[in-house]
Design a protein around this ligand. Sequence first.
Ligand code: FE2
Length: 198
Amino acid sequence: MALVTIGGRRTEFGGRETEDRGREEILRERADVAAFLARHGIDYERWTPAHPIGADAPPEEILEAYATEIDALKARGGYVTADVIDVKPETPNLDMMLAKFSREHWHDEDEVRFIIEGRGLFHVHPADGPVFSIEVVAGDLIRVPRGTHHWFDLCGDRRIRAIRLFQDVSGWTPHYTGSGVDEGFDPVCFGPSYVAGR
Ligand SMILES: [Fe+2]
């Protein structure tokens, strides 16, 4: 179940909006999360029950297991292809890969992810409101529409396995805003490791 933090989790000194620190609002209920995200044009669904996937299942097996859901999404959103991203702490050049997406950017097409395993943290910067973060976990489907200003980080366990859908693979390039807004927010997740560490 995704968790939305309106106002994000700001660093103490990093951001221009630090005067708002302490005003964060956290949404934990599925209906609240979906309704809030819908107001920002972001689709959020839970795919339950999730299909069982082996720890070492190759991408083809994952795409086959979720073929029905993927086909339905393709029909809805004009997506032409799907693949699987599989990232773990030992992935070569992981920091370099993550650095591409941890600064504020937008794309010419939707960013669609279904999380199979692990977690991640999207920050979204709407034109008409405060930055909010979405912590996505296994079973979450999220569609961030084209043009949305956002950035993405992994959580502390640096693990995510997710299905991605594309309208045009060649169009999925980050356009950086260079706003610096991302520097004011902590990529801190509130998931299992946060709970376990308390
Ligand atoms: Fe992105």
